[in-house]
Design a protein around this ligand. Structure first.
Ligand code: ATP
Length: 372
């Protein structure tokens, strides 16, 4: 997709987006509700006319603004949208074989049964869609989309009607089916964990723009801006000013990277960056941090900590520790920071925000170093 821009009335739903999906690759369009993911997918499918830009599949241009556009059924794309209804008068197996026109009946049936098997739906081959749950129908819709062996799969929130446990299994099955099929897949989701699980690359969108496009590791470990960091989960935020190439925080000095001296900086610290150790003897100074409360979340424990910086700064921070680690309220602790999970950005004044208002600028002075 090259230079795609799409407006609805006065609203720019997609603004100058370019992205490519390679054969055998899963690319996730990730972002908050209303950021333009589905619109982009519908343009790729041919369900929405291209207003500006172009779409090509396998080197062949299928839509250009101002010129003709190939209809969806001629694009060799498999579609599974949130609302893709199954044919109610056809059994599950017939729904899946419907799109495979070119092969003999026995081969079509075998292909469909193989896919239903891989997605755990073989026992329902002779059932009618209305007797299936929403999640089962989604799986049949997925098998139907894959059956004609399309070059491109376009999936919009394909796991949204599944409960958490089933979703994990079906995601896993689907990933293997997609990889075996070798199709290029564009998958829409608003769930960062799902994107990390499914994607070879993620395009993180906001307000119609791609904020960052890269591997899950690139987005998680080398986020381009604060939105990318915060989209992947809870983070601690503190603010300060760059002095001597560092920013002072209640957890100590943090490397300011190449930010110029004097820059107001936002420091984002992932909860897993806090390595917490209990102090056994009573602290001799009041400067030690202490535990406010600790909760077991299952695989990890979440600690609420009152952190005291050397210069008197104090902050309420969250630490995520693997396993069961539940210190009592008031327990003195020392904290070591893992710098790879700490990110420093300049605080951008509101007037210089590229794409509108943000949450961050309201909290700009939450832990200000100079009381502004
Ligand atoms: P969600 O995760 O909630 O599905 P999304 O990221 O897929 O959201 P889109 O469905 O692409 O977002 O919508 C982008 C914007 O365009 C939204 O503000 C939406 O209200 C608007 N929009 C989408 N389709 C239309 C339409 N047919 N007419 C008018 N506005 C639309």
């Amino acid at each position: 997709m090259q230079g795609i821009r799409h407006v609805f009335g006065n609203l720019a739903a997609v603004s100058d987006v370019s992205l490519d999906v390679h054969a055998g690759e899963v690319v996730c369009l990730l972002g908050p509700s209303g950021c333009g993911k589905t619109t982009l997918l519908r343009i790729a499918a041919g369900l929405e006319a291209v207003q500006q830009g172009a779409v090509a599949i396998h080197g062949r241009t299928v839509a250009v603004s101002g010129e003709g556009s190939l209809p969806p059924e001629k694009r060799n794309v498999g579609l599974a949208f949130q609302d893709s209804a199954l044919f109610p008068h056809l059994k599950v197996l017939e729904n899946v074989t419907f799109g495979i026109k070119s092969q003999p009946a026995a081969q079509r049936r075998k292909r469909a049964m193989d896919l239903l098997e891989q997605l755990g739906m073989a026992p329902y081959a002779m059932a009618y869609p209305h007797t299936l749950s929403g999640g089962q129908q989604q799986r049949v819709a997925l098998a139907r989309a894959l059956a004609p062996e399309p070059q491109v799969m376009l999936l919009d929130e394909p796991f949204s009607s599944l409960d958490a446990r089933l979703r994990d299994r079906i995601r896993d099955d689907t990933l293997h089916v997609l990889k075996r099929a070798g199709a290029g897949t564009l998958l829409v989701t608003h769930d960062p964990e799902e994107a990390m699980f499914m994607a070879d690359r993620i395009a993180l969108m906001r307000d119609g723009w791609i904020v960052q496009f890269g591997t899950p590791r690139e987005l998680y470990c080398y986020p381009r801006d604060p939105f990318v960091v915060t989209f992947f989960g809870d983070v601690n935020e503190v603010y300060g000013r760059v002095q001597g190439s560092v920013v002072q925080t209640p957890l100590g000095a943090v490397d300011a990277g190449d930010l110029p001296e004097g820059t107001r900086a936002q420091v984002l610290i992932r909860p897993e960056a806090l390595h917490v150790t209990e102090l056994n003897e009573s602290p001799t100074t009041h400067q030690y941090s202490h535990v406010i409360m600790a909760k077991l979340l299952g695989r990890s424990s979440l600690l609420h900590i009152c952190a005291h910086g050397q210069d008197g700064q104090e902050a309420h921070l969250h630490a995520r520790v693997p396993g069961v680690f539940l210190p009592v309220e008031g327990q003195p602790v020392t904290i070591r920071l893992d710098p790879s999970q700490v990110f420093v950005f300049p605080v951008v004044p509101r007037t210089r925000m590229a794409h509108g208002d943000t949450q961050e600028d309201h909290r700009e002075y939450a832990y200000s170093d100079d009381g502004q």
